[in-house]
Design a protein around this ligand. Structure first.
Ligand code: GAL
Length: 905
């Protein structure tokens, strides 16, 4: 990689009619997926000594520590034995601004004698796998109170040391090229050898990184790649996943080429009449000679399939200049586009995209061509009213999302990501907070394409620890590199509107010292991108503390609605605050305030527990929303973690403080690990949607609030309560209407109207009798929507429905099939838990099954699974290059079985 020095070539650009230099595909730059054909080995217990660094001993750590516990002091640790860190640190040099602080690789080649790194090592007994790969998701679940991996990390075997090996065939014709290994994410402490040489590595498991293989490549034959990963125990507050869980690429370029993430497009003076497109391109010269270059950029429309469509809509004036040997230059230009198609979030705007195609010529010969997808939009933050995209105020209707994809684990699958976003969109959600780490690049490609707004987040911890062996161990050496890398990677995504440099960090507690570090991080972000706001989520810092001053946008976790401010928590030593939106707004009149985490409400889909709280929000306890025996939480959707609030309470404080820019709900989907309040379980209870993708009742509460113009009404609970005849069984209705009448077996139970700051209609005195509940909702006095819930008969059959009946035979595409337990009148039987077995014929495979039950320890790969409250999910993948019909069958004793056909083409 070219190093040090940076020159700016600048041309004041006008719109030229020049045409793109003719470049044959793949002659100047190749980006080759190397996901296929890896060998994998994981140590059972004892591993090798090729460690990145020494680690502190873990003493007396409790896995079920409340999420908002005060983070503890970082541990300073002196390495006492030879470790590989000095050879790994130089891999991040491009992201260290102060040249004098960059690392120099020591002499020597550690690990070169270790068998696994050698070309002639026989790995034929290792497991054959393809990437992305998550070694832990296959389980088995580790149960019991003293499990090495507890509930917080999902009870799955992510800790440990493992190796990946692959032979790369490098043709002779690659001699003289620059060859890079691009890893989108490897969990964690990646260290890479090529042909027995330690190339480098990257410890942070959520980072995307590049290693320069050029010095070690031998063209004209096989080159042996060996990657060692190491996941410490007690290193995460949630399921981190394990392995090379994102895509891996081999990038081949000429020595003069666009650098890693080497373009930055910004748009200014944006209106529907015109917009200025500004582009900065970093050109590396890895050769030994100075290079005369010319950069030519054209802009094309990008279509929904990510292809450039039609002819160029704009051509920048070429820029010429010289790049010294071994150096880089920045080439800048800008040009104005007429009548741009703007990027913005649906439903009121359209996420139109463009792509900048930059060709680098050396001595008039094309040597590189690089594509930068982007969107044209304006972004404005107004402290009194919120966030504006293209001068339209967009209230943030957001959710927090973890990186796992439920039963598929952390190995990123594009269709699974798209499905998550599709279901969220149906609820009216328009924004995602990437909690709490850099997401898969493909997820941002999806948010760009689908038009979600994104808070992109770097870290959950800085120096102060939340778990004994978390990122705090590497933060001091790596924060700058990891932060700059995130911004450089993601800053062309129109969906990203804010950079979060931390979540509930312990430095909130360290007054000026913590604030100074916050400011340092914020400034690093701004050096990389001045067009977006910086932020850091705060659950502790108060307006009069120094910390909030370090950021542009005030992001509050739970503080807006107040934390533990009910009589129940009087005298608590835990965090407790009154509702704080107004106090922050007053102290920071120039800053936007929003809720980066709201609610943290809990429920298990289809579970209803009695009695039901009379309040609008209660903390979960045995006998009030929770049942520690069954480890389930009631779906009346009134219950939250003790520092959180129900959705209803959150809505109230959002509406009472209209300057608040909106909220990100903790969380959109359930995630693996962090099963507060029941740490014996495997997955969380906080999602609006369960781990399998089934909607909890809360989905309809958010839908009624976020899509007020969508006529809808939703009754809860189900009406199969044979043991409750004559007992009080409250009925609640979520509706976008303002009034509703409830009928039980045709008899009116009265009409109710929503009061000020009320978001549900509740009939709390209903005495259960079997039959039919019907609600008729009204809006402004007119009939608006209806819902009906009936007592069902016994289960008689299964029903299966695929989310998509035609999928691509590319070995990646998925069909998500919902299996329901039905009675003979085609009604789902709500409390059924029949054992179902799944089978498949044709060119597809069952990759996972689930039912959304946080307490289930049935491995996700099992083809046998109980329904959870009437539902189960089977995920089917088409085999690559084998079109045909895939038949999926679901059977259950005593029930009529069902089959669904999926066409793979
Ligand atoms: C917050 C934290 C989240 C999650 C949540 C659980 O304090 O930021 O990551 O732990 O609590 O309720």
């Amino acid at each position: 990689m070219a190093s040090t020095g940076c020159f700016i070539l600048f041309a004041s650009m006008t719109n030229l009619k020049a045409s793109q230099p003719a470049v044959k595909n793949n002659t100047v730059r190749e980006r080759i997926s190397i996901n296929e054909g890896w060998r994998f080995f994981k140590y059972d217990s004892i591993s090798d000594n090729l460690i990145y660094d020494e680690r502190p001993k873990v003493k007396g750590y409790r896995d079920d520590r409340p999420a908002d516990s005060k983070p503890t002091e970082g541990e300073i640790f002196e390495a006492s034995q030879k470790v590989l860190k000095p050879w790994i640190l130089p891999s991040g040099n491009d992201f260290i601004k102060d040249v004098s602080k960059r690392y120099i690789r020591p002499e020597g080649n550690p690990g070169s004698n270790f068998p696994f790194v050698k070309s002639n090592f026989d790995d034929s007994s290792w497991k054959s796998i393809n990437l992305p790969h998550d070694w832990a998701i296959q389980g088995p679940f580790i149960t019991g109170a003293d499990a090495g991996v507890g509930g917080s990390m999902g009870r799955l075997p992510s800790p440990g040391v493992a190796w990946y090996r692959k032979k790369l065939e490098i043709p002779k014709s690659d001699a003289g090229k620059s060859i890079f290994l691009d890893i989108d994410g490897a969990m964690s402490y990646a260290m890479v050898w090529l042909n027995g040489n330690l190339v480098g590595g990257w410890p942070f498991g959520y980072a995307s990184f590049r290693l320069d293989l050029t010095p070690y490549i031998v063209p004209g034959g096989e080159n042996q790649l060996a990657i060692r990963l190491d996941n410490p125990p007690s290193s995460s507050r949630w399921y981190p996943g394990a392995g090379i869980y994102r895509n891996v690429w081999l990038t081949k370029t000429n020595p003069v080429h666009v650098g890693q993430w080497g373009t930055f497009v910004t748009t200014t003076d944006v209106s529907s009449a015109s917009a200025k497109i500004n582009l900065v391109v970093t050109v590396d010269n890895d050769s030994k000679n100075n290079a005369n270059i010319k950069a030519v950029t054209q802009i094309f429309v990008l279509d929904a399939k990510n292809n450039k469509a039609g002819n160029a809509v704009l051509t920048f004036q070429p820029v010429t200049g010289m790049v010294e040997a071994g150096k880089k230059v920045k080439v800048e230009g800008s040009s104005t586009i007429k009548n741009p198609k703007l990027w913005g979030p649906p439903p009121t705007q359209v996420p139109n995209r463009y792509v900048a195609v930059t060709t680098i010529l050396q001595d008039d010969k094309p040597v590189d061509q690089y594509e930068t997808p982007f969107g044209i939009r304006s972004l404005r933050f107004d402290a009194n009213s919120g966030i504006y995209i293209n001068e339209e105020k967009i209230k943030i209707k957001g959710v927090d999302m973890h990186h796992d994809q439920g039963a598929l684990g952390s190995a990123f699958n594009n269709r699974a990501g798209e499905r998550q976003l599709e279901i969220l969109r149906e609820m009216g959600c328009n924004a995602i907070r990437m909690s709490h780490n850099p997401p898969a690049p493909e997820l941002l490609e999806l948010t760009d394409r689908m038009g979600f707004l994104v808070m992109d987040e770097a870290f959950d911890v800085w120096i102060r620890r939340k778990t004994p062996l978390d990122f705090s161990l590497i933060f001091p050496d790596w924060f700058e590199q990891d932060l700059r890398a995130l911004v450089r990677r993601d800053r062309n995504s129109p969906s990203v509107i804010m950079w979060s440099f931390g979540n509930e960090v312990g430095e909130q507690y360290t007054a000026e010292e913590g604030a100074a570090l916050g400011l340092k991080l914020s400034n690093i972000v701004k050096e990389e991108d001045k067009t977006r706001a910086t932020t850091s989520a705060m659950n502790y810092a108060q307006p009069d503390m120094p910390f909030p001053a370090s950021m542009d946008v005030i992001s509050l976790n739970y503080q807006g609605e107040g934390i533990r401010n009910t009589p129940e928590f009087e005298g608590t030593t835990r965090i407790h605050t009154p509702p704080m939106y107004a106090a922050f707004h007053t102290k920071f009149p120039g800053k936007v305030v929003l809720s980066s985490e709201a609610a943290s409400a809990f429920s298990s889909r289809g579970i209803y527990l009695f009695p039901v709280s009379k309040e609008i929000s209660s903390s979960v306890k045995d006998g009030m929303g929770g049942d520690s025996k069954t480890q389930q939480v009631s779906s009346y959707e009134l219950y939250a973690v003790d520092f959180g609030s129900s959705a209803d309470k959150v809505f109230k404080y959002q509406d009472q403080n209209p300057f608040v820019a909106g909220q990100f709900v903790w969380t959109g989907w359930d995630h693996l690990g962090e099963p507060t309040p029941y740490y014996q379980s495997r997955s969380s209870y906080c999602g609006i949607i369960d781990l399998a993708g089934f909607k909890k009742d809360r989905f309809y509460l958010y839908q009624s609030y976020w899509l007020p113009e969508l006529p809808m009404a939703h009754i809860l609970p189900h009406w199969n309560w044979s043991e409750r005849v004559g007992e009080i069984t409250p009925v609640h209705v979520f509706t976008s209407g303002d009034e509703a009448e409830l009928f039980l077996n045709g008899k009116s139970l009265g009409k109710k109207k929503k009061g000020h700051y009320e978001y549900r209609l509740r009939w709390d005195d209903v005495k259960y009798e079997p039959g039919t509940l019907k609600v008729v909702a009204y809006k402004n006095g007119k009939k608006w929507a209806e819902d009906v819930v009936e007592t069902t008969g016994v289960a008689t059959k299964l029903e299966a429905k695929a989310d998509r009946n035609t999928i691509k035979s590319d070995g990646k595409d998925l069909s998500f099939i919902t299996v329901k337990i039905m009675d003979n009148k085609n009604r789902m039987v709500p409390r059924s838990d029949n054992q179902i077995s799944f089978s498949i014929e044709g060119p597809g495979e069952i990759v996972a099954t689930d039912n959304g039950d946080p307490t289930s320890f049935v491995p996700f790969q099992s083809r046998e699974r109980k329904a959870f409250n009437g539902l189960a999910l089977v995920i089917v993948r088409a085999k690559a290059g084998m079109p045909g019909t895939i038949k999926v069958t679901a059977k259950s004793d005593g029930l009529t079985s069902t089959q669904v056909d999926i066409i793979s083409k």
